[in-house]
Design a binder for this molecule. Structure first.
Ligand SMILES: Cc1cc2nc3c(=O)[nH]c(=O)nc-3n(C[C@H](O)[C@H](O)[C@H](O)COP(=O)(O)OP(=O)(O)OC[C@H]3O[C@@H](n4cnc5c(N)ncnc54)[C@H](O)[C@@H]3O)c2cc1C
Length: 552
């Protein structure tokens, strides 16, 4: 029997008491403790949390969910809760208990022969790296820019992307286990039917593909997942190419498409970054020259770029294979770039060593600058090899000018202001050029720096990530960033471009703009979770009614 007839306060108090019986006092947090544990997100989002639950085993998760159902208190499951720029650990709605799964940290099984690993939600990129190194296993960790302390499953469940050959992280998930809203345990059909081994090596299973329900949704609490791991090949080599002029972008897009088509399985993702994005990687934010709530003036960007000899766009890719394959691929890359006025530079960690040695001989600030850039480059190359690190995190704090403690960076706690606009962009030269022009114009109109990255997801499509950086100490600047997101969303949609993922503040857009899909999700929820206790409001139609008249 549920007790949703009780007033909310009493319901909440009796639920807390019941959870404490199961989990113990220390693993059931009240509202104040939860507020202290889960900082405001980098996007500025902070919900009124009812508390947090910290289970350590699957049966504890099941019992926690059953009690939530009985007491009609909604839960918001997170893995490590570092969903920076999309809401962090914060739910779509106020009044949820965070169901924090970071304590489920088992690497349940690693199959070195078939290269799969089954992990619980608390297993981080760093933990898997350490495990692989300890056992001398030649696999890459599916690393992201969000760094070593992020959950492998949390990222995959958001359908995040990374920087290694298996860049589509949910694409690499072959099997999921989840607790449903009634506390029962879902396992894929093949595993139930007696073939768990097959289930771990074949993503689609048999019958309706149900694992997908547990991504970007609210249909269950995922307690384990199997991930296919990419082998670290004999040679990993990155390549760089510079575009001197903005007008060279369409030709570069065509070349990227040709490289990816030609070198499928050898070329990893290719990134294109605009000048402002590259400036943000190599120069501190020029605070003294930027009026409050404004983007860096164009003449300052031009001067910094001249000083550092930065191009209009920088392309970065990686080749994976045996030494002979990579050598042959290098020639193909050069050939495909012939149509673009540029030259490719190839680099691997081996070649970087002597350069770092030489930089030590350069005295003064020049030497220091060279060493810092080579250090970042080395860390960037490590990520491409599946060795997670924090090299991408300072971006979140570029505008704020502080980056947290190396080794313990946490953009939410460090006060960084960033929310993401991350649309999918078909790999057509004219579409990409038009998109880049649109982002630049709209962002500058809103006093936000247009820092554009285009990451290839295939030879057909880029995911563009645009961090809208703002000063989190300045509420007006935060409002500006949110208005900028809305304007980008609208201008992108006018061109048929939409994000692959939304922050918790933006769920009503999904609900309103996809009424059919949203309504179907709501109908499924009505059956699977009639009490609406799991992540209420995530990617379902209900959010449209609640949001009322908010614009597109
Ligand atoms: C500088 C910077 C760089 C970044 N780079 C990248 C990048 O390269 N690629 C990328 O994808 N993202 C990136 N991000 C965004 C984000 O920080 C990452 O995606 C991060 O991995 C998400 O946090 P998490 O892994 O802790 O997942 P969580 O926050 O734990 O999970 C994300 C969401 O998934 C759902 N969820 C999580 N676990 C469960 C579960 N067990 N059951 C049911 N639902 C669950 C919840 O709705 C949760 O809010 C970056 C952010 C910053 C600031």
């Amino acid at each position: 029997m549920g007790n949703d007839a009780l007033p909310p306060d009493e319901r909440h108090a009796s639920a807390l008491a019941a959870w404490r019986e199961v989990l113990g006092t220390a693993r059931v947090l009240g509202p104040d403790q939860a507020r202290a544990r889960y900082p405001q997100d980098t996007s500025g989002t902070r919900r009124a949390l009812a508390g947090a639950l910290l289970p350590g085993t699957v049966p504890e998760v099941q019992e926690a969910v059953r009690l939530a159902q009985r007491h009609a208190v909604p839960l918001y499951p997170i893995s490590t809760g570092n969903n920076w720029g999309y809401g962090g650990a914060h739910p779509v709605r106020d009044g949820c208990m965070v169901l924090d799964l970071s304590g489920l940290r088992a690497i349940r099984r690693l199959d070195p022969e078939l290269a799969t690993v089954t992990v619980e939600p608390g297993v981080t990129q760093a933990q898997l790296r350490a495990h692989l190194d300890r056992h001398r296993l030649p696999f890459m960790v599916p690393a992201t820019g969000a760094g070593p302390r992020c959950s492998l499953l949390g990222n995959a469940l958001e359908r995040g992307y990374g920087l290694t050959p298996y860049a589509d992280h949910f694409g690499a998930v072959t099997s999921l286990e989840a607790v449903l809203a009634d506390g029962s345990l879902y396992r894929p059909a093949l595993a139930e039917m007696g073939a768990p081994d097959v289930d771990e090596v074949f993503k689609w299973g048999i019958g309706p593909y149900l694992d997908g329900l547990f991504t970007q949704g609210a249909f269950g609490v995922v307690t384990a997942g199997t991930i296919a791991l990419a082998h670290r090949p004999e040679r990993v080599e990155s390549f760089f190419f510079e575009l001197r002029e903005e007008s060279h972008l369409p030709a570069a897009v065509a070349a990227v498409r040709a490289i990816l088509t030609d070198l499928e399985g050898v070329s990893g993702s290719i990134n294109l970054m605009n000048r402002r994005r590259v400036v943000s990687m190599v120069e501190p934010f020029p605070a003294a020259e930027v009026p409050p709530r404004q983007a860096v003036p164009e003449e300052v960007v031009a001067r910094l770029a001249r000083r550092q000899r930065l191009p209009a766009w920088l392309g970065v890719g990686a080749l994976y294979g045996t030494a002979a394959v990579v050598r042959a691929a290098r020639a193909r890359v050069r050939r495909h770039l012939r149509g673009v006025p540029t030259r490719a530079l190839f680099l691997n960690r081996g070649r970087l060593g002597p350069l770092r040695g030489l930089s030590r001989l350069i005295p003064g600030a020049l030497g220091e600058g060279a060493r810092a850039r080579l250090e970042s480059l080395a860390l960037g190359l490590e990520i491409l090899e599946g060795i997670p690190n924090e090299v991408a995190l300072p971006l979140a704090c570029w505008r704020a000018g502080r980056g947290g403690e190396p080794g313990a960076r946490d953009p939410a706690r460090d006060g960084c202001g960033v929310l993401w606009y991350s649309p999918l962009v078909p790999m057509r030269p004219e579409t990409v050029a038009d998109y880049a022009g649109m982002v630049t114009r709209v962002a500058l109109e809103h006093g936000i720096d247009p820092l554009i990255t285009l990451t290839s997801l295939s030879a057909r499509c880029f995911d563009s990530t645009v961090p809208l950086l703002f000063d989190r100490a300045d509420a007006l600047h935060g409002d500006q960033a949110r208005r900028c997101f809305a304007a980008l969303f609208q201008a992108g949609r006018d061109r048929g471009l939409l994000p692959y993922r939304l922050g918790v503040e933006e769920m009503d857009r999904f609900a309103r703009l996809a009424p059919g899909a949203g309504a179907l999700a709501a109908r499924l929820r009505a059956v699977l979770d009639p009490g609406d206790i799991l992540s209420p409001g995530r990617y379902t139609a209900q959010e449209a009614e609640r949001a009322g008249g908010k614009g597109t």
